[in-house]
Design a protein around this ligand. Structure first.
Ligand code: FES
Length: 122
């Protein structure tokens, strides 16, 4: 029988936990490629994290945080584009690595600020 401490150690898999860090070192199947022939965006919960898996129009798969870095809108309602996933709320565009590529308002109002370069979702 496991102690409560051992049970916690083995069953907690979120980011920053010992078991979570171990499991994140291994590949694990999370969806089949054929599942993305009709739907291109899918919300999922994996290792205690809410994520969104998508396939953009170029055929690249991305697995990123479910919530937009701007106002935490649910990116599973986002729009798949040629290169990435666009938030349906204010239109920030993310690539498969979670980098912000476009911010429609900020790119128009203050393009020299390049605020998008500071934005990243996991
Ligand atoms: S909430 Fe996503 S761009 Fe504003």
């Amino acid at each position: 029988m496991l102690s409560n401490q051992d049970n916690e150690l083995l069953t907690r898999v979120g980011p920053g936990t010992a078991m979570g860090e171990l499991l994140r070192r291994y590949w694990m199947p999370i969806a089949a490629v054929t599942e993305f022939e009709k739907e291109t965006v899918r919300p999922l919960r994996l290792l205690g994290e809410d994520l969104v898996l998508y396939k953009d129009q170029a055929g690249t798969f991305g697995l990123v945080d479910r919530h937009c870095a701007h106002r935490r809108a649910d990116l599973s309602y986002g729009f798949v584009e040629e290169c990435g996933l666009r938030c349906n709320y204010h239109g920030w565009l993310y690539d498969e690595k979670g980098r912000c590529l476009e911010q429609p308002y900020e790119d128009t109002a203050a393009p020299q600020a390049r605020f998008k370069d500071k934005i990243h979702i996991n």
